[in-house]
Design a protein around this ligand. Sequence first.
Ligand SMILES: Nc1ncnc2c1ncn2[C@@H]1O[C@H](COP(=O)(O)OP(=O)(O)O)[C@@H](O)[C@H]1O
Ligand SMILES: [Mg+2]
Length: 462
Amino acid sequence: MKRHSLLIVDDEKEILRTLELTFEADYQVFTANSALEALEILKTERQIALIIADQRMPDMTGVEMFERVIQIDPRIIRITLTGYTDNAALIDAINRGHIYQYIVKPWERQELRVMVKRALQSYELIVENQRLLEELRLANARLHDENRLLRQRIGQDTRDLDVIGKSPALRSVLDQVNRVLDSSATVLLTGETGTGKTLLARYIHHHGPRRDSIFIEQNCSSLSEALLESELFGHRRGAFTGAVRDHKGLFETANGGTLLLDEISEMSPALQAKLLQVLQDGRFRRVGESHYQHADVRIIVATNRDLEQEVRAGRFRADLYYRINVFPLHMPPLRERLSDIPALVEHSLKKFGQALRRPVTRISTEALQVLCDYDYPGNIRELENLIERAVLLNTGPQLDLGEWLPMASLNHTGLSRLEQIERSEIERLLDKHAGNLGLVAQELGISRTTLWRRLRQNRLSA
Ligand SMILES: Nc1ncnc2c1ncn2[C@@H]1O[C@H](COP(=O)(O)OP(=O)(O)O)[C@@H](O)[C@H]1O
Ligand SMILES: [Mg+2]
């Protein structure tokens, strides 16, 4: 057993000395002449595992002192020394679990040693238990996060698959989409960020023959080359430092389903070559493995860049470009389909009204006008962010642009003004509730998760 620290508390010097002699060979022993002194020692000596205290001391009783010790560290083993056996306070304290055991004076030295030894064994169990519990809690939280991420990435979530809009520009894309739905042809989605490329990829998957299999999205710019390679193709245990077990790649996981490779222009030349091989021969190898596997995966690639230009600049393989360009679909920016704005606003109001639990059923004409007059460089994602914020700040069933409406039209100044309003509102509430996120969320009428996201987006910390 490791060397534990004990604290002995008694106003009688002689008893302190005797107990110190009993234990100093086996433990580190601290002594205190009064309960207050003992509590002082506890503040600085955080490793104390067990306290033996006299019940009758001038400043407070041993039991009273232990009630304070529990506040400091409930794991510390508490033993009382007493001259009486029928002390009601003592019995009560034992019953309430405030002390571990009591020793009646005069005591047997050996008996006391055994008692302390046993008590420390149970202390170790408690500490170990707590450590394991904490580990379990952390592992659970990690798993929970991983699960959520996976579910998100797998995109099995089929709510929110509606592609809203009747503008000729969007209609024409959807007409083309309907022609590839029944095949497994590779699709190339181009368009600015936020125009709905990911949404369209999910739409294609969920309306095609692979709808009962998995849909996975992988961003090609978010991982290093080596990580992306093993993420996509998998690796064999020992293939590189840190490859402690076999790893199944997305081409295996997505077997029978659809794999969306986003920001394809960011893929390294070496990986571009491997992707080309999958597209041409339908086969691939795990990193560190010599045999090929067959891939039955529908590939959709997306990019917000001009791939032709990337090819000319020598950054993207021409052969891969021709191979993925079989069925190109271009998502027009929102400014080229302004007539879709009202429907998108309505859709977003419903979506965020539900998510934020603040139902908004109408929007004022002025507010809608302002929203229609804006050019949305961030496209539909920006429109959604805007509506989410507005819903968050709005009260009542009608969305008014309130404070920022006088700015005549929604320009970039108006937007940053809106951000400021949200920011200062959250800051005010954080202040008011001393950083208690639960209370802030409650007052805003949103969930803690939503609040977290808003804090992150506004770079605020609680
Ligand atoms: N036509 C649409 N109807 C409804 N929601 C849309 C539409 N287009 C895009 N969205 C929504 O806008 C957000 C951004 O779209 P996303 O597909 O992620 O864009 P991209 O992949 O092009 O960056 C998503 O929340 C998406 O659901
Ligand atoms: Mg996307």
